[in-house]
Design a protein around this ligand. Sequence first.
Ligand code: FEO
Ligand code: CA
Ligand code: CA
Length: 529
Amino acid sequence: MTNWYDPYHQHYPQYRQNSHYVPQPQAQPEGFRQPYGTSFAQFRPIRPSTQDNLILPRGFKYDIVATWGEDMGNGEKFGFNNDFNCYFGKNPNEGLLWVNHEYIGNLGIFVTGYKEEEGAPPRTAEQIAVEKYNVGGSVIHIRKDQGGNWRIVKASTYNRRITANTPINLTGPVKGHAEVGGASQVTGTFGNCSGGKTLWNTAMSGEENYEGIVKDWSENPEVPGLNVTHYGWIVEIDPADPHSTPKKHTALGRFSHENAAMTLGKTGKVVVYSGDDANDQCVYKFVSDGVYKPELGKQNSSLLEKGTLYVADMGATKWVPLDLEKTPKLKEKFKSQAEVLVNTRDAAKLAGGTPLDRPEDLEVHPRDGSVFIALTNNTKHGNYYGQIWRLFEDGNDAESTGFSYEVFAVGGPQSGFASPDNLMFDQVGNLWVTTDISSDKLSQGAYKSFGNNGLFMIPTEGPNKGIAMQFASAPVQAELTGPWLAPDGETLFLSVQHPGEETEDVNNPTSRWPYGDIPRPSVVAISRQ
Ligand code: FEO
Ligand code: CA
Ligand code: CA
């Protein structure tokens, strides 16, 4: 028997009979993340691999869209460690791609020559300047050429870098408050991990592991220090306006934001789900005060300035408001809403938020509105393999304050995947999952059977519900991040982040992907051959 997985034709006959499938009333509105079908769900799964290559199923190929250090045509260079990708535009062959550049870390040996090790001196001012330039994000105008390969349109005025030096406006309750030193504008963004797309076609970028970066850069006394409260927010960027000033929306809270997944509640309020990627941290959602009005376009951005931030209590199955008036217990510790938001983690614990095993991506199922949560792992108490949970809001309403949930899939040798991180849905409702086994633990001990990190597809209904099928295997010590489909579903953009991350000697890198010399983080476009 063939192991072809063919959801359209074998297991989902309703789609064959009705190719213009009309979403259920509570499905995500059109225009949200990944509203597209894809033929990619039909593939012959690959086996785990330890090869230093990006391995795909038979019949698929990849080409490099952008690579670290690449000239963007305007004197700017594509940043390091690409993570989240988000495509803008209706044309499946040409559009704008927002790309997060997360961190430098141990790969500084290639970027600046700095080696992170016990007793190392502080980075020089020059090294810090190079690091600051290489993080943040990029807007790249990309186009598929005659040969079917995606390239940066170098002459485009849309090409833009956002770095740790870019001025960014604060919005919401914390703007101008003493808790952030009175700032209404801050300098730069970094630690940009995953993100999301707004209904009004802007990108949201999550500032995740900012604390270590602030600390590293503060060790050099010649370099002006950074105020740590200026980081750990969700940043909104408008890729269509190269002159726009990005915004940090403080109403969404300050923690190690993995991503931001937007949907609408039943009365039209905007709801944004976000995980806090650290051991024993919580899951949050923001519900706007105002309602979404499509005719207002990008002015809807102001919805992210005023609303209620909730933390999940998984025992009571309730969303607890992190609001001084709605949860008076918070007054034991906090005097203002700004103080609550700047110290979201502390407020969450005080309010009864449940500490979880590294909640990373949250994504909303495009057909039924359920919320999938990747719990990557928590090795400190023996959860090496992680799980994926599925949360159902009461009344199937994202504005609800109550929910139920189930364990959708469990990592481990029995399922073939471990340490789930980024999630993406295709329109059929298949969940696509990237894995994040730490570079120093890959292919050994508890992780021996998994080989390198990968990308998996898991159907969410039908006879194969919950079964993981591997679609891609990453190069050595890399993580696959930021999966995003083009509007026709026939190109999958994917980041290959931190190949060769455990390299000790630049002359003997542990990965030479993609060009055979040194490891270079790159965004690839995957398509059928
Ligand atoms: Fe940057 Fe949570 O991965
Ligand atoms: Ca991530
Ligand atoms: Ca991760």
